[in-house]
Design a protein around this ligand. Structure first.
Ligand code: GDP
Length: 297
């Protein structure tokens, strides 16, 4: 389970504050030192940690917390609020296009969980909104990718638009959107190609697809297990593609969780969902406030 280590460390750091009627500046400083180390060990980006600690200290001083009642509780409350803020504050939802179909372009490195996540999202919209999604198979470099998307589609009874591997992915995306318009599908998910690393040819292709179909949302799927690399990946894709949000997968695994805490602060783009397992039902809406409470225990 993600965040277990961080959660434990923070609870230990706050144990000294909880019961105390009076807290000295030195107490606060040493607690914040432990909070800082706990966040760094959880793989939270260095600059993000620095800013976070500074904000908590400024707020605690500004509100004269140490002079007031229950200073320990108040400091924990400030940490909770700042953690929530760091993860994006409010919950961000998928944008709905004014006119159907809502087009969601999905990008990410190979193995991040893109194809699985397309299935998870389509399933969720079908269940919750009686949506009629269409999935577009625009990864032509791995023949197995099209088949995998077709299998996912079959599992959730959602149609898949494919034109094989000999058609240009940009054209496939355009044709797929046209098919969705003709069939009155209300959502379209474009499953694009991934690579092991960010490279120019991948980014060029994604930029072209984006320019051709004007997606309502461009979502990046990132593997939380890759730690600091997840944040670098998000930065790279965002610079090239101006993504609108992130889906963080594999948060069910043994990840330290730093990516969840850093991505919004580093890229300015929110996390919309988290993947919590391999099954198509394992997708959660990301609520920064609930995640902060869970981390603080
Ligand atoms: P793609 O290459 O980005 O399309 O990635 P896939 O959708 O093929 O997923 C790669 C692997 O990650 C597969 O084995 C998935 O079952 C697995 N996977 C995807 N999302 C999650 C998740 O949230 N949790 C876990 N544990 N595994 C996941």
């Amino acid at each position: 389970m993600a965040f277990e280590g961080l959660s434990e460390r923070l609870q230990t750091a706050f144990r000294n504050l909880r019961g105390k009627g009076k807290i000295s500046e030195a107490d606060l400083r040493s607690t914040m030192r432990e909070v800082r180390l706990a966040l760094l060990d959880a793989d939270v980006n260095f600059a993000v940690v620095r800013k976070f600690v500074k904000q908590v200290e400024e707020q605690a001083n500004g509100e004269n917390v140490l002079e007031g009642l229950n200073p320990g509780q108040q400091i924990i409350k400030i940490v909770d609020e700042q953690l929530t803020e760091m993860m994006g504050g409010a919950t961000t939802e998928l944008t709905t296009a004014p006119k159907i179909p809502t087009i969601v372009m999905m990008a990410g490195l190979q193995g991040a969980g893109k194809t699985t996540t397309v299935g998870k999202l389509a399933r969720k919209l079908k269940q919750e909104k009686q949506a009629r999604p269409l999935l577009i198979a625009a990864d032509v470099y791995r023949p197995a990718a099209i088949e995998q998307l077709q299998q996912v589609g079959a599992q959730i009874d959602v149609p898949v638009f494919a034109e094989g591997t000999d058609v240009d992915p940009v054209q496939i995306a355009i044709d797929g959107v046209k098919a969705a318009q003709a069939n009155h599908n209300d959502y379209v998910f474009i499953d694009t190609a991934g690579r092991l690393q960010i490279d120019d040819s991948l980014m060029d292709e994604l930029k072209k697809i984006k320019a051709a179909v004007h997606p309502t949302d461009t979502l990046l799927v990132v593997d939380a297990m890759t730690g600091q690399n997840a944040v670098q990946t998000a930065e790279g894709f965002n610079d090239a593609l101006d993504i609108t949000g992130v889906i963080l997968t594999k948060l069910d695994g043994d990840t330290r969780g730093g990516a969840a805490l850093s991505i919004k602060a580093v890229t300015g783009k929110p996390i919309l969902y988290t993947g919590q397992g391999e099954k198509l039902a394992d997708l959660d809406v990301f609520h920064p406030d609930r995640m902060a409470s869970r981390i603080l225990g």
